[in-house]
Ligand binder design. Structure first.
Ligand code: HEM
Length: 494
């Protein structure tokens, strides 16, 4: 192969605008990232910090790039040359993650800087309320450390004067409310989509979700108090979104209807499972938006703004939490602003036991798992099959089955004893499960999809009501909303 053209860091430094081309270096490589910057999953402003420079020190902070994701591969596809004077390994002592809390060794770690870790199957069903130390962690930045006495929450926005509240103000001026809610990362089960074709993002199993009883104050009561805003007068204010800014620089918003609904149960939480909120999960105060994708549940919240516009930034308007049709294969050339940001999550379920790859000996397999749906839709049924959906067995719903209508924010555990037919004894068996939520929709209309060589085009990311059969029509560039029938292959031993 031809050798790469050689450049020095002074050449790279001349390329910092779209007109000149935007170049960066990494180790001994030079890359032209001009077309990529607008579609960087971590935001254009972040990647532009490195324009004309070496990205090495940036990637030492955001180590998900060099972990199991596809950032290195993407970068290599943009290579234009060799760097003649690569940077020397520099001082790492001022690591911004050095003050992150200690973490439970039982978690499954995907990254440490920032920390991204999932709840292991072995601990998932032990308690309906996940113990705080093993709660899944999905951070985008270092954990900000905030002295509770110094903490101030600013509430401002359209037609409102700015109001500042301390933690004590929140506790003393508003009634304490409690909500049991499951949070799920939008990328949960991404690893199943990665098996079809690599997506970009953390390759989560099914453990990027956990459940807690949150204690705090209703957001709608705080907005009423500070801004006089309520679901009855919101039209007059022309407010469409409530924006949350985290002290870690996270920014996200939810539609005002969800924020103000008397049935929305959106919380400013300062307690988690009866303890004051841990640093890891947003101390002193975080947002809990029940039924809505994890990323909107902003931790370490410092500012709440009533706005006509959605939040800015990659996690709301950018590519990070937007769904595409499976035929979108490139990060470039997409009009991202036109695609709505994810809010409610679709119905989900998974088989937690037996674990994939295990051997079972009994003639009745004890199968256990969880089911959950977004938007407060409760789980009405969980079905299991050993023959790819030809015949079904219905599981017994356990903890979580009796939640309020359209306010079923927490997961439902289930179990079933599934008899192994003679034809499968001593063989490899694939168990599958699917849940049906209270919306029921699409179940009646469901047709069995033939397995075809080409991935069929499918405009919708996922279905409400029941889970889609196969992962292929769900595949999307960012690996979001994977909620197909969950399959676990085991071996039966006679
Ligand atoms: C996320 C690629 C430069 C900061 C990502 C992701 C990819 C990527 C593929 C998604 C990863 C995931 O979700 O697991 C690249 C490439 C770069 C680059 C090819 C080449 C120049 C940078 C720089 C910074 C940065 C210079 C910081 C100044 C981030 C952040 C995220 C991210 C904050 C979001 C992480 C999250 O949501 O957890 N990048 N990146 N990136 N990147 Fe980059």
């Amino acid at each position: 192969a031809e050798p790469w053209p050689r450049y020095c860091s002074a050449d790279v430094a001349k390329h910092t605008t779209p007109e000149q081309g935007i170049w960066v270096s990494y180790k001994d490589g030079v890359y032209d990232i001009t077309k990529f910057v607008a579609n960087h999953p971590g935001g254009t402003d972040k990647i532009m910090l490195a324009a004309g420079k070496a990205i090495d020190p940036f990637w030492r902070i955001y180590q998900q790039h060099t972990g199991r994701g596809n950032a290195l591969e993407l970068l290599e596809s943009m290579r234009i040359g060799d760097l003649s004077d690569p940077p020397q390994a520099d001082d790492r002592s001022s690591c911004p993650f050095s003050t992150d809390p200690e973490r439970h060794p039982g978690l499954i770690f995907h990254n440490n800087k920032p920390c991204n870790a999932e709840l292991p199957a072995e601990l998932m069903l032990d308690a309906w309320l996940t113990p705080n130390p093993v709660w899944f962690i999905r951070h985008h930045h270092p954990v900000p450390i905030m002295d509770h006495d110094q903490y101030r929450l600013v509430v401002d926005g359209v037609g409102t004067k700015s109001v500042t509240l301390s933690l004590e103000d929140l506790k003393s001026r508003f009634l304490k409310r409690e909500v049991v809610a499951t949070l799920q990362c939008g990328g949960n089960r991404r690893s199943e989509l990665d098996q079809i074709e690599k997506t970009s993002g953390i390759p989560w199993g099914f453990g990027a979700m956990s459940t807690a009883k949150w204690g705090g104050v209703y957001l709608r009561e705080v907005l009423q108090h500070c801004a006089g805003l309520s679901h009855e007068n919101v039209e007059a204010f022309e407010v469409k979104h409530i924006i949350f800014k985290g002290l870690d620089s996270m920014e996200a918003s939810i539609p005002v209807q969800k924020a103000l609904s008397p049935y929305g149960d959106v919380l400013l939480a300062y307690e988690m499972n009866g303890e004051s909120l841990p640093k890891e999960h947003g101390a002193p105060v975080r947002i809990i938006v029940p039924g809505v994708v994890g990323v909107r549940n902003v931790k370490w919240v410092g500012k709440i703004t009533a706005s006509q516009e959605e939040a800015q930034g990659p996690w709301q308007r950018g590519i990070a939490y937007k769904g595409f049709s499976p035929n979108v294969k490139e990060l470039t050339g997409i009009d991202i602003e036109k695609i709505p940001s994810m809010q409610d999550l679709p119905v989900q379920s998974a088989i937690v036991f037996p674990k994939a790859g295990s051997t079972v000996e009994l003639d009745d397999i004890e199968v256990k798992g969880f089911a959950w749906s977004g938007g407060g839709r409760g789980i009405v049924r969980v079905d299991l099959s050993l023959d790819d959906g030809k015949t079904w067995i219905t599981a017994d719903l356990q903890d979580g089955k009796d939640q309020a209508y359209n306010r079923a924010w927490a997961w439902t555990f289930w179990e079933a004893s599934v008899p192994v037919p003679d034809s499968l004894k001593g063989k490899d068996i694939t168990i599958l499960c699917r849940a049906v939520d209270s919306a029921y929709s699409s179940l009646a209309a469901k047709v069995r999809v033939q397995v075809v060589a080409e991935r069929p085009p499918c405009p919708s990311m996922s279905q409400r009501g029941t889970q889609p059969e196969r992962p292929e029509p769900l595949w999307n560039l960012r690996g979001l909303n994977c909620n197909c029938w969950h399959r676990v292959s085991i071996r039966h031993q006679d």
